[in-house]
Design a protein around this ligand. Structure first.
Ligand code: BGP
Length: 480
């Protein structure tokens, strides 16, 4: 049984739904300079906004103007909570101002009040791939220590302003994505790092560890300040939890899996335990990264540990030892060392579908950190077909959710995990972060808009809408 106050809902991010990219005093965020891509075609990052190019986040699904209608639909499904982010650039358009933009603050007041009207609890991410572009251009993103203070100022304003409306917070979305430092755009999204000067792999990796450290310090400072403002706040981290399995029972493969998980998980150790794990300290030392880390930073990390672990789960991965590249260090590199899992199917975008991996991830993390856990993203990106009568039969999505909810139920009932909530990704169709496409749909609610930006923006209920409504009403008991 899930707990009585289980937070059923859905999750989105400001930049993927709101649109209104230059309205209400909003500044340009890093999402605003990314063009549309496709599966296998990376999104381009342009030097500012260039007229005539397709930037899908500029309009997104225009939640900014449709939020009342959208929240009414989510309330109809029985949502207990809604996870979204506060667009940093609505509050601080450039990121380094001293005073916030009142019009931006007012928008979220109105949004949270609208949620409260229906008894929907807002669950808020402070930074979801939405850094002000100005901070990238002028400061180099989170490679610069100054960004700690900019983020903390933003966090403080939000905590103070919304202290009576919001209880659940998260600091940085999927902070550990930058482990995959070879993947240029991921790094840009997470911490505003752009590599334009032919940096070596060593340099890139070093920058990612440095930026990661500054973000962890910024997060801990925010947690500490948040608790001073309102001791009832629940402030969590947000990790992409994609466990790595060994390809076989070859001990070398097992060591590769250990190394891969260590590399992705150290952020959670710092968030939850307030200190770097020994394996990361050794890695930083062995690589001679020589990072800027002070005693004061280590003190802050200790003082700002999180109250719960928020995480996304979409898939598991597999890694394999390769005699050409590896030796006894088993140093893992995501792009090079990830192989396909022959036992599971994958989505149209190649994301491996593995519900058992969710139970594994929950159990593995709960054992390690013994903190409440919230699944703040999970879902299937798929192409939906609208029938002549306007109906959408998305049984594949229902099947995906059924299997994953059953897995989390097992984690709770059989393994004793303290799970406090589940928010599916993109309850309303939205712009894909990875590809910028609209056709990669996650929603229970269809939005009439295509990849070229054409459509009425009208909303329609898919078959999964009434299914999820039933799941919520039965507190996860009725999954048929
Ligand atoms: C996570 C992000 C989300 C979301 C999701 C789905 O990594 O936190 O912002 O986009 O993945 O990814 P995509 O949009 O690429 O399908």
């Amino acid at each position: 049984m899930f707990r009585k106050d289980f937070l059923w809902g859905g999750a989105m991010a400001a930049h993927q739904v709101e649109g209104a990219w230059n309205i209400g005093g909003k500044g340009v965020s890093i999402a605003d300079v990314m063009t549309a891509g496709a599966h296998g075609v990376p999104r381009q990052i342009t030097d500012g906004v260039i007229e005539g190019l397709n930037y899908p986040n500029h309009e997104a699904v225009d939640f900014y103007h449709h939020y009342k209608e959208d929240i009414a639909l989510l309330a109809k499904m029985g949502f207990k909570c809604l996870r979204t982010s506060i667009a940093w650039t609505r509050i601080f358009p450039n990121g380094d101002e001293l005073e916030p933009n009142e019009e931006g603050l007012q928008f979220y007041d109105d949004l949270f009040n609208e949620c409260k009207k229906y008894g929907i609890e807002p669950v808020i991410t402070l930074a979801h791939f939405e850094m002000p572009y100005h901070l990238v251009k002028e400061y180099g993103g989170f490679r610069n220590r100054k960004c700690i203070a900019f983020f903390v100022r933003f966090a403080r304003i939000c905590f103070e302003r919304y202290q009576d409306q919001v209880k659940y917070w998260m600091t940085f979305n999927e902070i550990n994505n930058q482990t995959d430092f070879n993947s240029f755009d991921e790094v840009f999204r997470d911490s505003g790092l752009l590599f334009l000067n032919g940096e070596s792999e060593w340099q890139k990796e070093r920058e990612c560890y440095q930026a990661g450290h500054y973000q962890l310090v910024a997060s801990a400072m925010a947690v500490k300040i948040g608790h001073e403002i309102n001791p009832d706040f629940m402030i969590g981290c947000m990790i992409r939890l994609s466990p790595f399995y060994p390809y076989s029972c070859d001990p070398n493969d097992m060591m590769m899996a250990l190394s891969a998980n260590h590399k992705r998980d150290y952020y959670t150790y710092v968030h939850a335990r307030g200190k770097y794990p020994a394996f990361t300290k050794k890695y930083i030392e062995r690589k001679s990264f020589n990072l800027d880390m002070t005693d004061e930073d280590f003190k802050i990390l200790k003082e700002g540990t999180v109250d719960y672990i928020g995480f996304s789960y979409y898939m598991s991965y597999v890694t394999r030892y390769n005699t050409q590249c590896h030796n006894h260090t088993y140093d893992f590199e995501q792009k090079r060392d990830t192989v396909k899992n022959p036992y599971v199917k994958a989505s149209d975008w190649g994301w491996q579908i593995d519900p058992a991996g969710l139970r594994f991830a929950l159990g593995y993390y709960y054992d390690l950190f013994e903190l409440p856990m919230m699944i703040v993203e999970n879902g299937l990106g798929a192409i939906d077909v609208v029938e002549k009568d306007g109906s959408i039969h998305d049984d594949y999505r229902i099947n995906y959710f059924r299997d994953h909810i059953q897995a989390m139920k097992d984690a709770v009932e059989l393994d004793g995990v303290d799970l406090i909530g589940y928010t599916t990704w993109g309850p309303i169709d939205l712009v894909s972060a990875g590809t910028g496409e609209m056709k990669k749909r996650y929603g229970f609610i269809y939005v009439d808009k295509d990849n070229e930006g054409k459509g009425t923006l009208n909303r329609y209920e898919k078959k999964s809408f009434s299914w999820y409504k039933k799941v919520i009403a039965s507190n996860g008991e009725d999954l048929d």
